[in-house]
Each structure stands twice: as structure tokens, then as C-alpha cells.
Design a protein around this ligand. Structure first.
Ligand SMILES: [Zn+2]
Length: 253
């Protein structure tokens, strides 16, 4: 038994780089709904990973990275319609800034959305009132404080990235966050050690399967592409322990 963790970024009218189209996303979610898949909450996934929760064979954990505003506009109503659950990894400094000055939502492809973040985050990043509204469908967790990577500025130390994001999540959402998703999927042994002082479970961009083996340091995820037929194939492969293992080895080469 293993659980597949799906990784999304944007849901927009047109598909593109790390972007599912609304039509594809709707088909994928309808597929999960019609085929009796259980979508796990972050708490359920953590319990499962620690070996303390039996989940149905048809279980999937849906995640979104970065906290793009299109998740509210396009993904949220679809997930809600089918009664599905998902998690968004938010960049707390972006959400704080987006909430200071809210702007009208506009559709940007990923490469343009990235450019808008530093100058006008209120246009492309979720704000706290949207997050509050989305809580019936989504869980929210840390994607660090400033999405520390080579593209965005490095203003904070790693300890600050972890600590500040936890502080803000505590203040705004009222819980002690245990889940961290690495920006750009970049990390190393030393960073894992550092992060584990603040978080219990760490999410990567590495492909593969997740078993209830208590190893919480490197959660594998599958970047979603294409339509429901693609999802069907991935679920078939990765819900099958043997095939999933072989496939992750081949694909990581
Ligand atoms: Zn990211």
C-alpha cells in the first residue's frame, strides 16, 4: 500500500508550464470523484505516513505549491463541487504583502506571474481573507517565509525562513505548523536537520511512492501533467507498489 501525492502549481484557463487548464483540472477531479478516491487532509497523510492511520487503497493527497491566487479563483470551486480536499503550501511573506494591498485578479502565465510577485503580490498571490474562505477545502502549510531560491531575494537565514513562516501561520491560522515544502525542491542533508527542528514532515519534488514507513524527511510527489487519462495511468502505476518502485527508479535517472 502506498499513497500518491499530486503536486500542482497553477490552474488557469490555458495549460502551460507547471499549469493545468481549468478543463484538465475539472476532468482530473471528476475522475477522482467518480472513481471513489479519497483525498486526504494533511493531518491524515501525516498520520498515515507515521503508520498510525489505515487509509483506503484509493487514497490520494493533493498539494499546490506557492499559493497562487488562481487556486482560489479556479481550483477551489471545482474541488468544492466534488467534495475533495487539498493542501496549499504558502509563502508567508507573500501572503502578508498580498493582504496589505489587494488588487483585482488577473490571469498571468507562470513566467509573468513570477515577475508580478515582487512588485504587486496582491494581484497574483492568495490573501488571508481568501485563505480563510478556502479552509473548508484546503489545509495551508509552510513553503518557507520568502520562497528562498535563486530567483527571489535571499533576505533571511534558513532558520528565519522556517521560524517566521511558522510564526505567521500560528498567528493567522492558529496552529503549530508541522509541514514544510521545499522551494524549488532544493535541500540537502544539513538543511533537513535544520528544518526538522521546526517541522515534522518535509515535502520534495522527487517522484515516487509514499509508504507508511515513518520516514518523514523526503515526501515524494508527482508533478501533474495533462488530463484525467494521465492521472489514471499515474494512479495505476504508483498505487501498485511494485510498478511504482520500478517507475520511480527509471524516471529519476
Ligand atoms: Zn514553490
Amino acid at each position: 500500500m502506498s499513497v500518491i501525492v499530486l503536486m500542482y502549481h497553477h490552474v488557469l484557463p490555458k495549460s502551460g508550464f507547471i499549469t493545468s487548464s481549468v478543463e484538465e483540472f475539472e476532468k482530473q477531479m471528476r475522475f477522482l470523484y467518480e472513481n471513489g478516491y479519497k483525498t486526504l487532509t494533511s493531518e491524515e497523510f501525516l498520520k498515515y505516513k507515521k503508520g498510525g492511520l489505515n487509509v483506503p487503497k484509493k487514497s490520494v493527497f493533493i498539494t499546490f505549491d506557492d499559493g497562487w491566487r488562481d487556486n482560489y479563483v479556479y481550483a477551489y470551486p471545482i474541488l468544492k463541487k466534488y467534495g475533495l480536499k487539498a493542501t496549499v503550501f504558502i509563502v508567508t511573506e507573500w501572503v502578508e504583502k498580498a493582504s496589505e494591498k489587494q488588487e483585482e485578479f488577473k490571469v498571468y502565465a507562470h513566467k509573468d506571474a513570477k515577475k508580478v510577485v515582487p512588485v504587486n503580490p496582491g494581484r497574483v498571490i492568495l490573501n488571508w481573507s481568501e485563505i480563510d474562505e478556502m479552509k473548508d477545502v484546503f489545509d495551508f502549510h509552510s513553503h518557507t517565509h520568502s520562497h528562498r531560491d535563486f530567483y527571489f531575494k535571499k533576505e533571511y537565514t534558513w532558520d528565519e525562513e522556517f521560524f517566521l513562516s511558522k510564526e505567521i501561520i500560528k498567528k493567522r491560522l492558529g496552529f503549530d505548523d508541522k509541514h514544510l515544502c521545499w522551494p524549488k525542491g532544493r535541500y540537502n542533508e544539513e538543511l533537513i536537520k535544520k528544518a526538522k527542528k521546526y517541522f515534522e514532515i518535509l515535502y520534495t519534488t522527487k517522484r515516487g511512492i509514499n509508504k507508511p514507513d515513518k520516514y518523514l524527511e523526503e515526501i515524494k510527489r508527482i508533478a501533474v501533467k495533462k488530463d484525467e487519462k494521465w492521472i489514471r495511468k499515474q494512479l495505476f502505476i504508483f498505487n501498485n507498489d511494485f510498478l511504482g518502485k520500478i517507475y520511480s527508479i527509471i524516471k529519476s535517472k
